[in-house]
Design a protein around this ligand. Sequence first.
Ligand SMILES: [Zn+2]
Length: 484
Amino acid sequence: MQEQSHTRCDTAFRNATIVDGTGAAGFAGDVAVTGDRIVAIGDLGGMAAAREVDCAGQVLAPGFIDVHTHDDNALLMRDAMAPKITQGVTTVVTGNCGISLAPITLKRPPVPPLDLLGAAEEFRFSSFDAYMCALEADGAPVNAAPMVGHTTLRAAAMDGLDRPASDREIAAMQALVHECIEAGAVGLSTGLFYGPAREAPREEVAALLEALAGSGAVYTTHMRDEGDHIVDSLNESFDTAARTGVPLIVSHHKCSGRENFGRSRETLAMFDQARAHQPVALDVYPYAASSTVLLDDYMKKADRIMIAWSEPHGEVSGRYLDEIAAEWGCEQGEAFQRMKPGGAIYFVMDEEDVRRILSYPHSMIGSDGLPHDRHPHPRLWGAFARVLGHYTRDVGLFPLETAVHKMTGLSAEKFGLANRGVIREGAYADLTLFDPARIIDRATFEDPAQPAAGIEMVMVNGVAVLEGGKTTGARPGRALRRAA
Ligand SMILES: [Zn+2]
């Protein structure tokens, strides 16, 4: 039976350099796909295929997993996932930094940073399951592994966010966490850095983690402080996770502010120490500038600031704050206040820290792209191609196999995504075909909405979502509910 079923396949990728996502050395061969699965790997010359794809000179890798996204609502829209598909991403983890689209319904404008996900009417899912079902009903262009956000839970359970939650409110949030985990959420995220979560003590977070302990779901955190007090914040994160035994993933690790340049030596040593007795990993994006809503803390820290969007002054998107202030004839601080609510790109990091964190063996690639920004940070369109083209091929930070592992196999392992992130018989046919000599990010700070170059074909669950440089419009993506 098996012999027979392997004499034909739907799609045969021929003569590829196969980089399988495990970190193992690439090898030459063919990969056969039938239905939504990889059915054979090797020299498959005797196998007939409904469709042949000649891969000479190209690398076939597992589809990339973007572990740090804010694509909760973009997945449900028509064309909003092009930034990810065009750089080879086939799965996104949503609900990062404490903000998730579900479970909450809003009648009034969402408090920043919840507004990064959309306007009030987008927050329309009173249960996590309803959100998962919406993903499944319509299909999404790529797979989604959603997390629930602590800030969303606070907004759902509390009338004011400028204080710790009461026991009753914690119980209400715990009930919501249970419901989310039942519905298949892959984790809980916090954004303790942001106003609406800042007053939550570590006990509040630990109480919510208790509600998911043992489920296999993870804890991800945009820490309280990524600058002067980064050591305290790392210790808090390690401690909160260790108390409940929940695996920890520190989000978009960075050392922010000029006075903290170089401190990744110290922070990565702390990761090594923590990893000796608890599961800890991190994600990182390949740029020395961050991006979020307009925040006074960040304004003081940044060397330079570019405005990504502004509700009252839409015309300033993509321009630098110092130039806007000069034109308006006011201080930068005043111009900054006048542009709220809005978002910005902050140049706050040291390139050497970025490289050191990218090179750390337990770091995964996550874009942290903001899909609804009018002038987004280029990471939205460029993060994965930049790691492969710029940092791997041109700078030589690490071998191609390591880079691919950081965006596939390692990511699937850390988030518990079964049969994803690897090229293996029986695994799902999430595949990205790219030209290793040509792949590069083209998105820049000045011109960010530019697709990556060198991505030849992208397949999700056996269906092409990009070929010949164009998205196909197919929606074969699935909601990846964490297995119980
Ligand atoms: Zn964040």
